[in-house]
Write a protein that binds this ligand. Structure first.
Ligand SMILES: *Cc1c(COP(=O)(O)O)cnc(C)c1O
Length: 376
């Protein structure tokens, strides 16, 4: 641990906001996706601190649910998961960074080789006696990571490659899985079927959460859901699985503001009626995106308290934001207000902030008191 790591917040009473993370729901979501994936193995993407919920508790809960393979972005994330999942297979999606092949083997994590440069370095490491294993990423249309199909074709002409490099998986990634009708899905699938034929005997993986919903053809041997596990939406217009994350903030004070006054920085919103304004102890430093705020003519996100929605008023500050509780007379100082969770879909807040659920979840800051429900 680095010294700059924030001290974990222990109690909601001494902070302004709290997160409730339902590990039981996480496990059930994994089981639901595993059922959809049929005979394919269901892994889990736990990069980005398991989409903000905590890599260690998430990996532990998923292991208990039966998950045996994890995907992270970085070796450091892989070491974290390894500490709580001693038997699991762990792949590092961002590929092989220069000079760390041996560190992968020592930590028992597998790089996902994503370019010929990485492949050459891994090959030299293996030729020198390295025993680590790896996946090969073949690009099928994302143009982000992965060797090209032409490169894969040439690599595959070397029949001893799989064994020499210790390859255990060949994978690719969908660019538009959340939009089932997008023509790129079918093109990537067709290319992946060709890739499979190039590497007979090697397990194949293409699907993220959205890819699971695209159907059996997309499942191959292993699927890699992320967002669906964490209760985020993964197909345009379809409801997500169970809610895993509930984010709440406390009301610090309630004030009466006359019509015609403005609220917050920049006087961005003028009240058209006299309002009761509640000030919440959370802001963009907690990962509640500033772009979800309200200005004249542009409503922002809403929160939920006492079973009612309350709209944000004005700009979001670093540590504070304002909501209109005029129509919620029960609102009191000290009340907890739901920012997102079972009553306020994270996707709706993300849309108000002109972003996606992934970004809201991974932005969750270090000042929340985190409470885990379900087996730890
Ligand atoms: C993040 C990621 C996943 C998981 O994607 P979701 O859309 O969250 O299900 C799977 N594969 C790769 C390569 C990824 O980067």
């Amino acid at each position: 641990m680095e010294q700059s790591d924030p001290t974990p917040v222990q109690t909601p009473a001494t902070t302004g906001n709290r997160l409730t993370i339902d590990l039981g729901a996480l496990a059930r979501n994994w089981q639901a996706l595993a059922a959809q994936a049929g005979t394919a193995e269901t892994a889990a993407a736990v990069k980005g601190n398991a989409y903000g919920i905590g890599a260690e508790p998430a990996a532990r809960a998923l292991s208990r649910a039966g998950c045996r393979t994890f995907f992270v972005a970085l070796p450091e994330e892989g070491f974290q998961v390894r500490a709580v999942a001693p038997e699991a297979t762990i792949y590092v999606l961002n590929g092989l960074a220069s000079g760390v092949a041996a560190a992968h083997e020592a930590g028992n994590i597998r790089p996902v080789i994503g370019s010929l440069d990485e492949l050459r370095e891994w090959s030299a490491y293996r030729a020198a006696g390295g025993q680590g294993q790896a996946a090969l990423h073949v690009d099928t249309g994302m143009n982000r990571l992965g060797v090209t199909f032409a490169e894969a074709l040439e690599l595959a002409s070397d029949r001893g490659l799989t064994e020499r490099l210790g390859l255990t998986l060949v994978m690719s990634h969908l660019a538009c899985g959340d939009t089932p009708a997008h023509p790129l899905n079918a093109r990537q699938l067709a290319t992946m079927q060709d890739v499979r034929a190039l590497f007979p005997g090697l397990p194949v993986s293409l699907a993220n959460t959205a890819g699971i919903a695209l159907g059996h053809d997309y499942h191959f041997n292993l699927v890699r859901p992320g967002i669906g596990l964490y209760g985020g939406p993964y197909i345009e217009g379809e409801p997500p699985l169970e809610t895993v994350v509930t984010a709440e903030a406390r009301i610090i004070q309630i004030r009466d503001v006359p019509a015609g006054e403005t609220v917050g920085y920049g006087a961005a919103q003028t009240l058209t009626r006299a309002c009761r304004i509640a000030i919440l102890s959370t802001g963009y430093a907690d990962g509640y995106h500033r772009s979800a705020g309200a200005t004249d003519g542009h409503p922002g996100a809403s929160v939920v308290l006492h079973g009612h929605r309350a709209p944000l008023v004005g700009r979001i500050s670093m540590d504070l934001m304002a909501i209109d509780v005029t129509d919620i007379p029960a609102a009191r100082r000290g009340d907890w207000v739901e920012l997102f969770g079972p009553n306020m879909p994270v996707a709706e807040v993300a849309t108000a902030a002109r972003t996606i659920s992934y970004e809201l979840l991974t932005s969750l800051g270090g000042r929340y008191a985190r409470h885990y429900r379900g087996a730890l």
